[in-house]
Ligand binder design. Structure first.
Ligand code: HEM
Length: 165
């Protein structure tokens, strides 16, 4: 299946110009070509439907991601890191990643975490700030604290790929 997705991606990339994946939303900027694979999401999905329900399905996940990306971009501490990055793509790919990990019925088509954050200069304090922003977005959505923490523990090991080496 992931082989098929890769073929589709490569095909569409050649039709639409380099780096334009078939899943791109209107207005997305193109990125250098890469092979789409769920393993790029950086974590395996939860079993069963419990976590997807706790996050109110795809609609809830979309609200959380949109709020998180907007709040991060407007944040006095980390906002600058998000300046001049494609927020349309960011909202789509982070939505896909969260939806995939929460087992809410999506595939992840973005880049892996090391490639996505290379050269962004992200420090520990930036990571902690982003987690706070995400916690606020999940709380606003009404996600129970236990489910929030289960999800955050899936993201925690990704720190090593996100932080500046
Ligand atoms: C575990 C924590 C994190 C996860 C799961 C995550 C997830 C992602 C994903 C899925 C993408 C998009 C990949 C793609 O477009 O192909 C991305 C890109 C990005 N992330 Fe993160 N991220 C994390 C931490 C952070 C932190 C702490 C910051 C800054 C404070 C940050 C800033 C960015 C920026 C600016 C981009 C856009 C890069 C570009 O346009 O090339 N991320 N992240």
């Amino acid at each position: 299946m992931s082989f098929l997705v890769s073929l589709l991606f490569l095909q569409a990339a050649s039709d639409m110009g380099p780096g334009t994946p078939p899943y791109a939303r209107p207005g997305e900027e193109s990125v250098d070509p890469y092979v789409a694979d769920n393993r790029n999401a950086g974590a395996s999905p939860f079993d069963g439907e419990g976590m997807a329900k706790a996050f109110h399905g795809q609609d809830g996940i979309r609200r959380i991601v949109d709020t998180m990306v907007e709040a991060s971009s407007a944040d006095p501490v980390i906002g600058e890191i998000f300046a001049n990055h494609d927020k349309i793509r960011l909202k789509r790919t982070i939505f896909e990643q969260f939806c995939y990990i929460l087992n809410a019925g999506c595939s992840y088509t973005g880049r892996d975490m090391a490639a996505s954050h290379k050269d962004l200069g992200i420090q520990k304090a930036d990571m902690n700030r982003l987690v706070e922003v995400l916690q606020r977005a999940m709380t606003t959505e009404g996600v129970a604290f236990q489910a929030q923490n289960r999800f955050l523990s899936k993201l925690a090991p990704m720190r090593r790929d996100v932080l500046q080496k």
